[in-house]
Design a protein around this ligand. Structure first.
Ligand code: COA
Length: 150
């Protein structure tokens, strides 16, 4: 079952994301940014261990991004990634958002969940707000994918 991010799990979530950002599979997040976005996170927790996390970041009334999706190495293939993506989709629908996007190296996973590859430049809301400030901007290898959820 999914749960909200409560303070006792800040460090574990930070470590989980750092594990993959060190491997350049996702962008890092500072603890300050994690505190700031805490209310948007959903976790899979078992025996007080964080197994997986994700959060929804709203860009406009129409558009949101799934961010920080990470499943611990030992738990991959257990359905937690799908569960978290579907929960982000449910939250987005409840808010009236019509389109979700991700920037990812996990094209096959997101294709399975109904996301389609697009040109990153079709997401100017993301590019001009965040990508331009990113150190990887000029040579970004992440794949932009979208899903219409209306
Ligand atoms: C990508 C990731 C989130 C997937 O989570 P997961 O819990 O292992 O995936 P699930 O078990 O929910 O898989 C759902 C389906 O996608 C498939 N799948 C999982 N990873 C896949 C991949 N890399 N390529 C193709 N299909 C994949 C599964 O086989 C499963 O298919 P099925 O429903 O037909 O059985 C996880 O591997 C991960 O955390 N990776 C490292 C961090 C990362 O890259 N995060 C993404 C940032 S955008």
């Amino acid at each position: 079952m999914l749960q909200k991010l409560t303070t006792e799990y800040f460090n574990q979530v930070h470590d989980l994301i750092k594990h993959y950002s060190d491997k350049q599979l996702m962008l890092p997040i500072s603890l300050d940014e994690l505190y700031h976005r805490a209310q948007a996170y959903r976790l899979v927790v078992q025996d007080e261990q964080v197994l997986a996390c994700a959060h929804l970041d709203i860009f406009t009334p129409e558009l949101a991004e799934i961010k920080s999706l990470a499943v611990s190495e030992l738990e991959q293939g257990s359905g937690y990634g799908r569960q978290l993506v579907e929960d982000c989709e449910r939250q987005a629908r409840e808010l009236g958002i019509k389109k979700l996007f991700v920037l990812t190296f996990q094209q096959g996973f997101f294709e399975k969940l109904g996301y389609q590859v697009v040109d990153r430049d079709t997401l100017p809301e993301k590019v001009y707000k965040e990508c331009v400030k990113c150190s990887f901007y000029e040579d970004c290898q992440e794949i932009a994918m979208v899903k219409n959820i209306a």
